[in-house]
Design a protein around this ligand. Structure first.
Ligand code: DOR
Ligand code: ZN
Length: 431
């Protein structure tokens, strides 16, 4: 069966073009992307995309699917359904599961489980160190052989510079990036929120911006020394943005991501003590948020990734100090990108889509994020004018831990297509 996506505006982040056109799909592949001529003949299913943007399937290079081990928080099945509902056709999942994805068996398990239960493509990330404990290197070559697309101890920083240096030498040899969670725990220890005016007002222990920034500096130095590709996860400070900017100017293979929560919210959101605002790195100051927006705009920040971190309601519904760090992100990401970045003119739709497709795909070295003829038919359809109020009760994720409940967002995914199959279609307002 063929599928024709008709009458939309094609957003091509590779050619950096936007134009009216149709997309023809057959046998799970993109056959042709046309500028208006009639692509179809024979028996064909039609998907009307008039007034909508037709983009390569979105790629989220930073999610926590929690399986194996934490199935009460999320599973590969529910997490990938949340991805589909959020417009994502590929996700890369972090290794802080139980057991940790620090060996072939867990990587293989995730891939098989995703093939069986996943609504979208899943690309596992292997641990840098055994148990993400920061001491012994994981069997990095084995992890790559089993299908890992990158290495990360996300949730933890690799504190020991010697360990990270050796990991970077291996990663360079293997041609895969290191994704670092940059946090100096000597500076962050015991902290709950950004250290600043609001931590003082609320009487909560602060995490200084320097906790992130010093580690970004160290990691860039080590990446230069080893020639390793370095990707900085969830950049939250103005200082980190500036260091990445300088590293790029020097020609180093350093890339960075920002999350929707770090460009949409400041630490003021913690007033009221909602545990759903507790995240690591923390929501930062207005000046940091401005710096992140500037970094997104000038290309310093290559990627928008969610750091989707589901937790069970009973874990989050406790006093601020005892709640785990993390918030869900897959089902609000596109709405926040359009509402906070595209509609206000910080990013044009092509740049926004590049940061959600081809840029993360290139960093991971996966053949996604393009609309080329012959590519897998993974596509996302976005209605830039559609508005809805965030209702966590409708999430496909098991996690309901979002600070965006009740927010009205404008610009939403309306259909998600994976391998030529429609895996999500927005039916009704609020759907
Ligand atoms: O808030 C966070 N939650 N930050 C992390 O680095 C880890 C994540 C998690 O796994 O819950
Ligand atoms: Zn994370």
């Amino acid at each position: 069966m063929k599928l024709l996506i008709k009458g939309g505006t094609i957003v091509d982040p590779v050619a950096r073009r936007m134009f009216p056109g149709d997309v023809l799909i057959s046998e799970g592949k993109i056959v042709a992307v046309g500028g208006g001529e009639n692509l179809a003949n024979g028996e064909i299913e039609l998907l009307d995309a008039s007034g909508k943007l037709v983009t390569p399937g979105l790629v989220d290079l930073h999610v926590h699917l929690r399986e194996p081990g934490f199935e009460a928080k999320e599973t590969i099945e529910t997490g990938t359904r949340a991805a589909a509902r959020g417009g994502f056709t590929s996700v890369a999942c972090m290794p802080n599961t139980n057991p940790v994805a620090d060996n072939k068996t867990v990587i293989t398990y995730i891939r098989l489980r995703a093939r069986e239960k996943g609504a979208v493509h899943v690309f596992p990330i292997g641990a840098i160190t055994a148990g993400c404990a920061g001491r012994e290197l994981a069997e990095m070559a084995d992890l790559k052989e089993a299908g890992a697309v990158a290495f990360s101890d996300d949730g933890h920083c690799v504190a020991d510079s010697g360990v990270l240096y050796r990991a970077m030498q291996y990663a360079r040899m293997l041609g895969l990036p290191i994704i670092e969670h940059c946090e100096d725990t000597g500076l962050s220890a015991g902290g709950l929120v950004h250290e600043g005016y609001f931590s003082t007002v609320l009487g909560l222990k602060g995490i200084p911006a320097a906790a992130e920034t010093v580690m970004v500096a160290r990691d860039i130095i080590l990446a230069e020394a080893t020639g390793c590709k370095l990707h900085i996860a969830h950049v939250s400070t103005a200082g980190a943005v500036e260091l990445v900017r300088q590293a790029k100017a020097k020609g180093l293979a350093v890339t960075a991501e920002a999350t929707p929560h770090h460009f949409s919210l400041t630490d003021e959101a913690v007033l009221g003590f909602d545990p759903n605002t507790k995240v690591n790195p923390p929501l930062r100051s207005a000046a940091d948020v401005q710096a992140i927006c500037a970094g997104l705009r000038d290309g310093t920040i290559d990627v928008i990734a969610t750091d989707h971190a589901p937790h069970a309601p009973e874990e989050k519904d406790v006093e601020y100090g005892n709640a785990p760090f993390g918030m869900v992100g897959l089902e609000t990401a596109v709405g926040l990108v359009w509402t906070k970045l595209v509609h206000p003119g910080i990013l044009d739709p092509i740049e926004a889509i590049a940061k959600l497709t081809i840029n993360p795909a290139r960093i991971l070295g996966i053949p996604k994020g393009t609309l080329e003829a012959g590519a897998d038919a993974d596509l996302t359809i976005i209605d830039p004018e559609l508005e809805a109020v965030v209702d966590p009760a409708r999430f496909a994720s098991k996690g309901r831990n979002t600070p965006f409940a009740g927010w009205r967002l404008k610009g939403l995914p309306v259909a998600t297509i994976v391998g030529g199959r429609v895996v999500y279609r927005r039916e009704a307002p609020g759907g």
